[in-house]
Design a protein around this ligand. Structure first.
Ligand code: IMP
Length: 209
């Protein structure tokens, strides 16, 4: 991070102790707890503190992660971590992007969301790019309003029809660069070691501990 004069600023370190995980998704909270456990972090879920889920009104992944983390830090009086992620498709100008979860509708039907993505790409013609990437933004906020953000990504190609049932969301239609299997066909441990989330966490760990 650099200031207005282009000078590097120190990133605030995260001291061992309580950290609110600003997500109401138990899977995410567990995964984050496992990743940060070795650093003496004691995770507390936002749900256990009855914290509200703010509206994701930001126009970037980082803005949405920051608003979730800052609200949780403000209301709890503790440092808080939040994430925001999605799939960006080159031929669709970056969609579904911030709206990745919303494309699956109220019933969270990712079969439908994947079909919508593929139909959109096909409608661009046979020469349309199949390139796509997943993004994960992580924000760490403190009760005094200070916030740090980290962004990770993984590049790949869309495949059709969807393949594999090991992942979630858009995994079955995403094949990471250098592989001939989709995230949906990949062993979860292998995916977790190379995903956009792994990339963002590696940046956070390198900076904040
Ligand atoms: P949020 O970050 O909870 O707002 O939701 C992000 C949405 O992006 C999820 O509902 C998924 O649809 C999609 N997404 C994010 N990461 C992944 C991934 O690793 N695999 C498949 N889909 C993902």
């Amino acid at each position: 991070m650099s200031d207005d004069f282009g000078q590097e600023q120190a990133i605030r370190k995260l001291a061992p102790g309580k950290l609110v995980i600003a997500s109401h998704n138990p899977g995410k909270v567990r995964e984050i707890a496992e990743l940060l456990g070795p650093y003496g972090i004691e995770p507390i879920s936002a749900a256990s503190l009855d914290l509200p889920e703010p509206e994701e009104t930001g126009t970037t992944f980082i803005a949405n992660a920051e608003l979730k983390a800052m609200q949780a830090a403000d209301l709890s009086g503790l440092p808080a971590l939040a994430d925001d992620s999605g799939l960006c498709v080159e031929a669709l100008g970056g969609d579904p992007g911030l709206f990745s979860a919303r494309w699956a509708g109220p019933t969270r039907d990712f079969g439908l969301a994947m079909q919508k993505v593929w139909d959109g790409v096909e409608a661009k013609g046979p020469d349309a790019s199949r390139s796509a990437h997943f993004v994960c933004a992580l924000a760490l906020a403190w009760p005094d309003g200070h916030v740090e953000a980290f962004e990770g990504r993984v590049d790949g190609m869309l495949v059709w029809p969807p393949r594999g049932d090991k992942g979630f969301g858009y995994d079955p239609m995403f094949q990471p660069l250098g592989f001939d299997i989709s995230f949906g066909e990949m062993d979860p441990a292998r995916k977790h070691a190379m995903s956009h989330r792994a990339d963002a966490f590696a940046r956070l760990v390198a900076a904040a501990f």
